[in-house]
Design a protein around this ligand. Sequence first.
Ligand SMILES: [Zn+2]
Length: 451
Amino acid sequence: MPGKSGRIARLSPVLGNPADIIDDYLPDNGNLGYRVSRYDLALQYKVTANRLSGVATITATASSHLKRLQLDLATSMTVARVAVNGERLRYTHRRGKLAVTLTTPVPPGGALSIVVRYAGNPRPIRGRWGEVGWEELDSGSLCANQPNGAPSWFPCDDHPISKASYRIAITTDSPFHVVANGVLAEKRTKAAQTTWVFEQAEPMTTYLASIQIGRYETVKLATTPVPVDLVAPRSLRLAAKARFAPQVEMLAVFTEMFGPYPFPRYTAVVTEDPLEIPLEAQGFSTFGANHCEPASDAERLVAHELAHQWFGNSVTLSRWRDIWLHEGFACYAEWLWSERSGGRTAAQWAEHYYAKLAATPISRPLADPGPDHMFDDWVYKRGALTLHALRLRIGDDAFFALLRHWTEKHRYGSVSTEDFTTLAADHSNEALTDLWRAWLHAPELPPFPLG
Ligand SMILES: [Zn+2]
């Protein structure tokens, strides 16, 4: 729809050339011409009406001579006002892009303060990966953005390479408990409303920004090396505590294997509703009521989501095709935890899943699985097998030194598969080219790795 001025801005794309897409797996997301350094979101949410309103203040720097800029924002949100550097501007908002024409072009390196006032009934974005983004629950809401759901609830430059700090302030009805990224800096109650203010200092990508709202209570599980909390409905507290208790030991084991935990705290949120799969966010993960059942494979999933804090949240892919750098590593962390906690060894899991993969007709390169397949289970398992093959080749000492070097060198950064293979070369006495060719780049499954 046109901006309030009633005039429709010209339709020429801001990127100039259709080939100038940031990521061919998500060609419609992400924007060129500027880099965001901070999102300041001041939001109100009415739970019963599923009504979200607020103001997003986005601090950015122009990376080119900027006459027009775009943000990603779903059209289920209605924009009421856009201002850039204090000047109210006309805009268009269609097909998930909020486009603003600047009356005064901003030179490269120039500062941008973009203020967007908006409101609406947020709903998940439908796409080839199902429904992602803000979702209303029976009593509250959740948001699971991966990979392109963030624009369902705030205007953003929606691409994982665009990492920024955040302040998320959300006001909602007082009986509800709110979890968002970072540290709770302030909580104030006025009449029947409570405002929760979270400060996320470490750079965070848009798909990991998240707000969970529900009738929850907090259970403290540990205070060192960082506070570890469980946030769950009262009725699930005991079951959740039993299922999530191993998290404390997991954090210690993963710190030893992967290096220091990268964020100031870790929280596991359990929703009253069942969830098909748990969801990672920066500094916390969200599980469903079903993941508290004794028969569920919650421990494996708890390990997987915790490992994402290192692999995915701190060290983040630059292109979605490199998704194995998140999921392969988190899956291998499951096997490592199993091995360490007296379950099956990583070698036994490798054998188990190799047989399963070998029985499927899938033949695609791990380092470029295709957008329709990036969240397929085979990517997770072949990714973990790739790490297992590397571990057998270079030995345990070099392998774990490499993992710690990886999380330290690229802490809070953006990475590619090439960054990993380059770093691995520093931890190997022999060339690994054949290993990478077979496991990452050849479509067919290589022979089972032997030590
Ligand atoms: Zn995962």
